[in-house]
Design a protein around this ligand. Sequence first.
Ligand code: ZN
Length: 267
Amino acid sequence: MTAETVCLTFDFDAVSPWIHKEDGRNTPTNRSRGLYGAEVGAPNVLEFLADHDLPATWFVPGHTIDSFPDVCERVVDAGHEVAHHGWSHTPPGEYDSEAAERADVERGIESIERLTGSPPAGYRSPSWDYSEHTLNLLLEAGFEYSSSGMARDFEPYFARRDRAPVDSPYDPGEPTDLLEVPISWQRDDYPPLAFSGERGYTPESAVFEDWQSQFDHAPADGVFVLTMHPQVIGRPDRLAKLGAFVEYAQLEGAEFRTVESVAAEYP
Ligand SMILES: [Zn+2]
């Protein structure tokens, strides 16, 4: 059995992951990795999507929109969905206060509104992290879905206000109106394909074989979400391997859709 729905998602981080001053990563060489994403990777991905006539969801930090407006306009002009990925790409758990997190969420919405003319339907947390405030902030801001949670493999579910006190059992809490369209580190290009100084080399073909294996084991009503980054996947050889997966999934009958269009089916 294979999933009937596939969502190709691109976290268009560009330079934003490196701008946080305190961690020592804001260096010219790291910034060049982001520049590759904006100036080479993203155009390559756009060409790939056009060649295969595929829709996609781009989670774009406001920092990327405001730094590289031309390529972001190309994303919109191609008809892809633009969704929220923070303004500064700060992992929510690293904010000093709820107010600081709210300000970054609001600034990211403003950047998207300037780009597309409308607020985003969806959110993906930078680094897939939530603070204790994130869920409420997303509900307050009116997001229809998030694609940051991992409580299921392929089945969208409604995020809960859960709690995990250190001195009593886990409390799953009540579900909210925020739909989570689940993601997985196993379907993300960054851990196996982007050198971070922490991992050894992974044969690249194995990554795409593993994605196909996961697709083969997904239920028909599952939503198969791939998370990719233009600065990682946007190299010609990798896009060729992604193309082989796309063609395989299409032969199996999968439909490629934006996350927003999938989320709209879960009222
Ligand atoms: Zn990101």
